[in-house]
Design a protein around this ligand. Sequence first.
Ligand code: 5GP
Ligand code: ZN
Length: 117
Amino acid sequence: MDNDCLFCRIVAGEIPATVVHETDTTLAFRDIDPKAPVHVLVIPKEHHADVVTLAQNDPTGSADLLAACAAVAEAEGLIMEGFRLLFNTGGYAGQEVFHVHAHVLGGEPLGPMLARR
Ligand code: 5GP
Ligand code: ZN
């Protein structure tokens, strides 16, 4: 655990979150500032800064994370209409929390993937 990491502190129960799904290795909770009717963050319980370090260092954890995202999408009723799965990574993507997290977004048409220039 990284004591300075917001999401490690959520995993440790030090900061409250609305948890919607949990496995031995993953946790999923609602985003505090939702950008869509359904906006869930899915994280590995183990600290990795971003999806690159997760993929390079923990293939099993990467697979667990993807499976958890699918389970969340199913539980939230997103599969039929579709949804978006997003990993902001680094500065150009505007990553704010450096504990890897997948955004599961859905519940209405989400529009273009990126704002038009
Ligand atoms: P990023 O920009 O790093 O991809 O996304 C970080 C996300 O974490 C943002 O969507 C933001 O709303 C969310 N977030 C920031 N602080 C908290 C918090 O304390 N609790 C929860 N549930 N979400 C948070
Ligand atoms: Zn962390």
